[in-house]
Ligand binder design. Structure first.
Ligand SMILES: CC(C)(COP(=O)(O)OP(=O)(O)OC[C@H]1O[C@@H](n2cnc3c(N)ncnc32)[C@H](O)[C@@H]1OP(=O)(O)O)[C@@H](O)C(=O)NCCC(=O)NCCS
Length: 177
């Protein structure tokens, strides 16, 4: 039995439900249909779905993400394709640094430069706020993300002593001028 929430479509936002997930976009990706903007409550449901899919270990539910969206130190940006939410990035603003907390793009939209664009938003934010570094924790096994971060100038700064979810965790960072 599938949950009702799975088929729920908010009036404010066209959501990616199981029905609409793959077919409408086919393989053609029209760059002009991509928009990246600060996430609002309108994207709450989609961000929750993406978080559950990619970062289930956080245990975040919709209420928790709603709180995070209101937190002035946590910044969420959503990637929308043709008004559908297809990805997001969130990062935390510290005094001298930015910590990337999550970055995810729906599989159907991966390898089209969306992740890079989202990451560039965080980098731009960090530079404008004159932060010294931008960093994140990443599983050693996450090759696609490691490739993306490497391309964007991140280097491995260390490794967490403790394994999380039975995975080795790397500390990646990039210094900002
Ligand atoms: C990591 C992730 C966000 C990348 O998003 P994306 O939109 O596919 O990335 P982009 O298309 O912008 O890729 C930019 C570059 O990163 C590298 N890259 C991205 N995905 C890759 C893959 N699967 N294999 C090899 N290189 C990859 C490539 O160099 C790519 O450039 P290219 O396509 O011109 O070769 C996406 O794979 C994802 O959502 N993964 C699941 C969630 C996750 O692991 N997030 C990271 C932890 S915070």
């Amino acid at each position: 039995m599938k949950s009702l929430a799975f088929y729920f479509i908010s009036k404010k936002e066209k959501l990616l439900t199981r029905k609409g997930l793959i077919e409408p976009f086919g393989m053609d990706f029209i760059a002009s249909k991509l928009e990246i903007r600060k996430a609002t409550r309108r994207e709450l449901y989609s961000i929750t779905v993406l978080t559950r899919k990619f970062f289930p270990y956080t245990g975040f539910n919709m209420q928790m993400i709603e709180k995070r969206l209101k937190n002035r130190k946590i910044h969420y940006y959503a990637a929308l394709y043709d008004k559908f939410t297809i990805g997001f990035i969130d990062f935390k603003e510290n005094e001298k640094s930015i910590k990337i907390l999550g970055l995810a793009v729906l599989p159907e939209f991966q390898r089209r430069g969306v992740g890079k664009k989202l990451l560039e938003i965080a980098l731009k934010f960090a530079k404008e706020k004159k932060k010294e570094i931008i960093y994140l924790l990443l599983s050693k096994e996450n090759f696609p993300a490691a490739k993306l971060y490497e391309k964007e100038g991140f280097v491995i700064k260390g490794k967490l002593e403790k394994r999380i979810w039975d995975q080795e965790i790397l500390l990646l960072q990039r210094k900002l001028e």
